[in-house]
Design a protein around this ligand. Structure first.
Ligand code: SAH
Length: 460
């Protein structure tokens, strides 16, 4: 039995896709996850069904657990021979007390690794179109905590750009300290609130009046401040602020990323099947298949969970080739140690069938581990090529109420089916007038109309 281990993993600044591949793989494998409030909730959906997930803090002053309690819990869980992921916002070693957690592990003789993350100190400026360094403006940048105990001024390092974290409640002192250190009152400053998230806000101004600017804007945490000439670039490089923000309630939000910033609030959830007998039979017969075809990341996840519950691992797939419908599914597969043999350029069942047409599929045995109610397109297409296709239902979907969303920061809603229109109205009421309602085709348009929604058919 291997020893337990603690991984201090950076979850990135907010946009879930900014996690590293290494961090992603560890979340998938973890037995225990201890996480902060500031991490993207979507990342927790990657965890194994039986993983223990514990929220340990911290949200400004509302700490769920003390640092000593967190350290003790890490050591206790690792002592139980578990893979423990300590998931922390941004980078674990930048103002996250990750250093202290690593020290506690070292002192207790617990093995640990650190997986760096994309820090908000650099990601929020990127998403605000403000490069912290620039050849025409400054060759250096300093990252400073704005959280200082009473009275003391904040020590201002000598740098062309200064980025403050944890400063929202302390903006007056930050600005006072900058002016005392000789910064001109006309220096530009930006606040980036909820950086990298769909509801990111950028507020800019000048040191001399920024306290009032921030008050008027009602700035809240989390936010960073950027001070220096580079802030002038915000207007020119504001790439993220210009993207339409689109609420999607259906499945496969990744299909729509070319349309803008996708805000996904699913109305269905994937759960394991109650009756796994058919799947178990297929798992026993895996050696006889020439191809396994995965049509979703969830299919991969539930298939490998059942494989593991059957006492097997990736080696059970050694005699088959593996195809996936797209890159998201391929990525999920990598976290179980398998590189896909076939990923179509066009990410759809039709795209996959095009690729299979280039191969001789006659008499090939193909297994499709997929949702219990999956479409029959792939099965029928492969059968038409002469393949012997078996479907293995690996999960089912159940309806859930969509999670909260700040509709003020949404520009469009994309209704992908009649059920998404029904769920929206039930949960949020009318579509606010600033939001454009869109749908994929005439049947959904008619369904949406029944719920009082005037939706335009999207031209993709
Ligand atoms: N380790 C983290 C920082 C933890 S300190 C990192 O590397 O990002 C917490 C502070 O980080 C907050 O007070 C805020 O200043 C900043 N922060 C975290 N997430 C943020 C976000 N999405 N947008 C703006 N600031 C953020």
């Amino acid at each position: 039995m291997p020893k337990g281990k603690v991984y201090l993993v950076g979850a990135g600044p907010g946009d879930a896709e900014l996690i590293t591949l290494k961090g992603y793989g560890l979340i998938c494998q973890a037995d225990v996850i201890l996480h902060d409030h500031l991490i993207p909730a979507e990342l927790l959906h990657l965890a194994k069904a039986e993983a223990e997930i514990i929220t340990v803090g911290k949200f400004a002053s509302r700490h769920t657990m003390s640092q000593d309690q967190i350290n003790a819990l890490l050591i206790e869980k690792a002592g139980m021979r578990r893979i423990v992921v300590r998931l922390k916002g941004g980078d674990p070693f930048l103002f996250g007390r990750g250093g202290e957690e690593a020290e506690a592990c070292a002192q207790a003789g617990v093995d640990f690794e650190v997986v760096p993350g994309v820090t908000s100190a650099l990601a929020a400026p990127s998403y605000a179109g403000i490069p912290p360094t620039h050849r025409d403006f400054t060759p250096n940048v300093a990252i400073v905590t704005g959280h200082r105990k009473a009275q003391k001024d904040i020590e201002i390092p000598n740098a062309g750009t200064i980025i403050f974290l944890m400063g929202v409640g302390n903006i007056q002192k930050i600005i006072g300290s900058l002016l005392k250190a000789g910064w001109s009152p006309q220096t530009k400053i930006a606040a980036v609130e909820r950086g990298t998230l769909y509801n990111q806000r950028v507020v800019t101004g000048f040191l001399e009046s920024f306290v009032q600017t921030v008050k008027k804007a009602g700035l809240s945490t989390p936010a960073i401040f950027i001070v220096g000439k580079v802030v002038e670039l915000h207007e020119k490089l504001n790439w993220f602020g210009g993207k339409p923000r689109i609420l999607v309630l259906g499945t496969h939000p990744e299909k729509y990323t070319h349309l803008g910033t996708i805000v996904h609030r699913p109305i269905v959830k994937c759960v394991p099947l109650e009756d796994t007998s058919k799947l178990d039979g297929m798992i026993k017969a895996l050696e006889g298949f020439n191809w396994l075809v995965f049509t979703s990341a969830n299919g991969v996840r539930f298939f490998f969970e059942r494989l593991r519950q059957s006492g097997l691992d990736a080696r059970a797939l050694c005699s088959a080739k593996v195809a996936v419908i797209g890159r998201t599914t391929a990525r999920r597969l990598t976290s179980f140690g398998i590189l896909a043999d076939l990923v179509p350029d066009t990410e759809s069942s039709a795209g996959l069938l095009e690729e299979f047409k280039k191969r001789d599929m006659r008499d090939k045995k193909v297994l499709l581990p997929q949702a219990a109610a999956a479409s029959r397109e792939l099965r029928e297409g492969l059968a038409a090529m002469g393949a012997m296709v078996e479907e293995a239902p690996v999960y089912q979907t159940v309806e859930v109420e969509p999670a909260d969303v700040d509709l003020e920061h949404i520009d469009k809603i994309l209704f992908t089916s009649g059920s998404t229109a029904r769920a929206f109205v039930k949960r949020f009421g009318r579509v606010p007038s600033h939001i454009k309602a869109c749908c994929l085709g005439a049947p959904t348009q008619a369904e949406a109309a029944k719920h009082g929604i005037d939706a335009e058919i999207l031209s993709q």
